[in-house]
Design a binder for this molecule. Structure first.
Ligand SMILES: NC(=O)c1ccc[n+]([C@@H]2O[C@H](COP(=O)([O-])OP(=O)(O)OC[C@H]3O[C@@H](n4cnc5c(N)ncnc54)[C@H](OP(=O)(O)O)[C@@H]3O)[C@@H](O)[C@H]2O)c1
Length: 267
């Protein structure tokens, strides 16, 4: 078991996919962890795996982060272990594909709470302690679609655009404080995300792995870039978004997403 001197990271959406990949990489680097999601069984299994394979403590916090008081509860829970975390990774999220007017309002509200409200409130609660200490890292897992409005994926892309904008602005505000803030912008990644959201990815060629995303994101902390894309796919998409006409891109993206969303989940 750890002696309490390990660095400490809070990781939301740790039960699977990109969150679980971050957890494994951080445990390998000697971080004690607070793993957060709604799935007790998966989190407990992951926690046992990490504690068995590495000299770390992996605590579990079962929480629905789409609930109004979630950030405050997370803050209180984390103080049971450390005054201020060394790292906060806001990764929990889900997708909603299809026409905006066809989406159930409660699901849209859930997304706004999870992707925006809980993230902003968590950062507001944790950041002052990091600034006071003069060190800390916050990673907000956004998406490459946060760089462009996407019809039939509108509210998802807009919440991720919020995270990109918010992270970039905060990174500048905190530039001289010793705190690093990153918006991680994965492209299509092999996780449960697409199946849960009712989307069939059209090509596996451009797919990234959850390990690749977590690895590139953590490695990129060295160069302090506030917005990080993943692999050649991310670099290419960012270039295309920068140079091609915006209206053309939005229409093309809309056509592509509508077709893929109609064909339904892969599983
Ligand atoms: N996969 C992609 O192609 C892709 C691309 C770009 C960005 N992203 C982003 O990457 C992040 C991780 O997604 P993923 O691909 O790893 O998907 P995933 O495998 O579906 O994992 C999503 C994670 O979020 C957690 N979560 C969802 N709703 C929650 C809630 N209300 N409260 C607490 N936890 C919640 C889930 O935990 P429980 O269900 O156990 O609660 C799970 O751990 C998301 O923010 C997503 O938007 C994914």
């Amino acid at each position: 078991m750890a002696d309490g001197l390990n660095p400490f990271a809070i990781l939301t959406g740790a039960s699977r996919g990109i969150g679980a990949a971050y957890a494994r990489l951080l445990a390998r680097r000697g971080y004690d962890l607070l793993l957060v999601s709604r799935d007790e069984m998966r989190l407990t299994t992951l926690s046992r795996e990490l504690e068995t394979n590495h000299r770390v403590q992996a605590h579990v916090f079962i929480a629905d982060l789409a609930q109004p008081d979630a950030a405050h509860q997370l803050f209180v829970e984390s103080r049971r272990y450390r005054q201020t975390p060394d790292m906060l990774i806001n990764n929990a999220g889900f997708g909603l594909y299809g026409e905006f007017v066809a989406q159930p309002l409660p699901r849209i509200q859930e997304m706004l709470h999870l992707h925006v409200q809980t993230v902003v409130e968590s950062i507001r609660l944790f950041l002052p302690g990091m600034i006071e200490r003069g060190s800390g890292t916050i990673i907000n897992v956004a998406s490459i679609v946060g760089l462009l409005p996407i019809p039939y994926f509108a509210e998802y892309a807009a919440t991720k655009a919020f995270l990109v904008s918010f992270s970039e602005a905060l990174a500048e505000e905190t530039r001289d404080t010793g705190v690093l803030i990153q918006a991680c912008c994965p492209g299509q990644t092999e996780t449960d995300f697409h199946t849960s959201a009712g989307f069939r990815p059209t090509s596996r060629i451009s797919m990234q792995t959850a390990d690749q995303v977590a690895h590139v994101s953590l490695a990129a902390l060295r160069n302090k870039h506030p917005v990080v894309t993943i692999g050649w796919q991310g670099r290419l998409t960012a270039l295309v978004i920068k140079w091609l006409p915006r209206r053309f891109l939005i229409r093309t993206a809309g056509r592509f997403i509508r077709t893929a969303a109609r064909s339904g989940p892969t599983a």
